[in-house]
Design a protein around this ligand. Sequence first.
Ligand SMILES: *Cc1c(COP(=O)(O)O)cnc(C)c1O
Length: 397
Amino acid sequence: MKTFNKPFTQQETIPEAGIAAAIEVMRSGRLHRYNTLPGEKSETDLLELAFAEYQGVPYCLACSSCGYALHVAMRAAGVQTGDKVLCNAFTLAPVPGAIHNSGAVPVLVDVANDFCIDLDDLEAKAKSSGAKFFMLSHMRGHLADMDRVMAICEQYGLFLIEDCAHTMGASWKGQKSGTFGDIACFSAQTYKHINSGEGGFLTTRHPDVIAKAIMYSGSYMLYDKHCAAPPKEAFDQVRYDTPNYSGRMDNLRAAILRPQVADLDTQCDRWNQRYRLVEKSLRSGCDIYIPVRPPEEDYVGSSIQFSLPAFSQEQLAKVVKLCIERGVMLKWFGDSVPKDYTSRYDSWKYIDDLPQLPKTEKILSTLLDMRIPLTFSEEDCALVAQIIIDVVEECRA
Ligand SMILES: *Cc1c(COP(=O)(O)O)cnc(C)c1O
């Protein structure tokens, strides 16, 4: 019986250039982003400039996490207590958490068969809820039809915040994920596409939004030190109206991240090589459903999702168990008990009037997820896929 023995949570080491830059920061003793010599740009400033350039947007704020960025995005968008915010029912817990943190109420939108947000349900709920904000999670790297998303936003006057935690480096029709909406948020947490342990970005084209975000992030009155930011005048009023929700990036993390931003596209290609190998192999297995991804989408295959629509819940549980016994870590998003980093929407019981979403439950009930770390070789990927195929075969009725 084939088994696999590498961890699914092991990332690659930090690039040497990042380690060297981090040591330099530690030697300088100037770890705080505003602790600069006259005329010096801090590592955090340089990182923001690099990421803004990568995204092709004028403004970028580096901060303590993506969840933090999402919360600040809500606030900078002008969300008020009790406002409704459309968001995916199929996402990770920091997304509804950020909405809740801003005092707003999530309006959960179904998942569709392609594992993207259900755009028919989005349209219906935009209409029925009267929500003016939409936090779109490109969950597990799947980009919904962005042309239709934007048409819906236009029609219902929705302020769009993109959660790009899984789509850093991805694009739709050649346009980068995160440049469609009004604000985008990214993660630099260990299991995303760049790794500083914790960290996040908020990007936008709106000068008023970034000015508020910078103030929220804990700039005190040092906002004019920011480089990927509008001129001082943008802060004239904002600095009086915006509370400090301290959540800054520091120079040590920024130093670790800067070379990773430079390498991002290369890393994305390496992920996709592995993803395509696993995908091709899984497609040859019986009962395994993987939606065909649209040609408009340039994804980053840092994880793979597939489902076993013909399988019962008992069979699903058995597949997960047997795979784990053979060293293949699958996550089951439909599990009724929240586990590890997955939780089904109905476990977010703090949401008022939590709806029942039978379509989402049905799709999630057979949906499985697997990380594809870059520490796996192509042979590793082939073996992992073969184990899944064998286990699925074994669990068929
Ligand atoms: C990880 C993640 C976040 C939050 O990122 P942190 O940097 O860990 O706060 C938000 N959305 C999704 C979809 C994520 O996977």
